[in-house]
Write a protein that binds this ligand. Structure first.
Ligand SMILES: C[S@@+](CC[C@H](N)C(=O)[O-])C[C@H]1O[C@@H](n2cnc3c(N)ncnc32)[C@H](O)[C@@H]1O
Length: 250
């Protein structure tokens, strides 16, 4: 091959590489723009509804109803716009915990009398064993493994020994729509069902593990805190942050 044709071939490769870079950059910018847009409270609720949210809400509501005692105290970890509050029995005492102020404000405008807490899911400023039910819907896939472990540990800490976690999230899938949506969901940490279960079972004993499919594959889990995580709770009780309890523990 002559020097001229080697130079031409290397120029062609360079142009192809730069085109690939531009396309990848455009895909990432599109994904980031989509994620920002989809996170605005009103848009989030609309996208959720259009993507079949009410169907999974029905399953979630049924699971909540089966584990909620009368007048249940319910903490929604990563509750966002507080959608789950609409799925609860009327006598439930609901607290929406999230670190997104815009979503919490949106919720408070609709339901001024409901409680909100701006906090990280790994540091809920509640005393141990305050809640009958902890909800966690569509949150874990936003978080890396170590944070999800802390989210589960914190959920187990604030639950009464006979309380229940009701958990719902999408899992990694071979489904075409699911793979497409995960590509758009920038910064997400999709997990296989097995991976998720291993993380959750470090802190909870599973009562019910159900899978279903819509655009994504989902798991719906009802679980009770492991008694072995209780000693950690006692240590957490001494923390000055663990100061609030929405009612006296029973
Ligand atoms: C997809 S939304 C789900 C909201 C709500 N659970 C629902 O089902 O409509 C995920 C929520 O998790 C919240 N979130 C993510 N990481 C968080 C963290 N470390 N601490 C508190 N909230 C967090 C986000 O602000 C967002 O509101």
């Amino acid at each position: 091959m002559s020097t001229a044709s080697v130079a031409r071939a290397s120029r062609v490769c360079e142009v192809r590489r730069s085109h690939r870079g531009v396309l990848e950059g455009a895909r990432q910018s599109l994904g980031t723009a989509f994620t920002r847009f989809a996170e605005a409270p009103l848009v989030y609720e609309a996208v959720y509804t259009l993507s079949g949210g009410p169907l999974s809400d029905r399953r979630f509501a049924h699971a909540i109803a089966t584990v909620s005692p009368g007048g249940a105290h319910v903490l929604d970890m990563g509750g966002g716009t507080g959608r789950a509050s609409r799925l609860l029995p009327l006598d439930a005492h609901y607290v929406c915990l999230d670190n997104d102020v815009a979503k919490l404000r949106f919720f408070r405008r609709r339901y001024p009398s409901r409680l909100v807490m701006r906090s990280d899911v790994t540091r809920a400023a509640f005393k141990p064993e305050c809640f009958d039910v902890v909800l966690c819907q569509a949150v874990s896939h936003h978080l890396p493994d170590d944070v999800v472990a802390n989210l589960f540990s914190e959920s187990a800490r604030v639950l009464r020994p006979d309380g229940r976690l009701v958990f719902l999230d999408a899992t990694k899938t071979e489904r075409t729509t699911g793979r497409f949506l995960w590509r758009l969901d920038q910064g997400s940490s999709p997990r296989s069902e097995q991976h998720l279960r291993a993380l959750l079972e470090s802190f909870f004993e599973v009562d019910c593990w159900e899978r279903f499919a819509m655009l994504h594959d989902y798991v719906l889990v009802v679980a009770r805190p492991r008694s072995s995580v209780r000693p950690a709770s006692a240590a957490a009780a001494a923390s000055p942050a663990a100061a609030i309890c929405p009612r006296r523990p029973r």
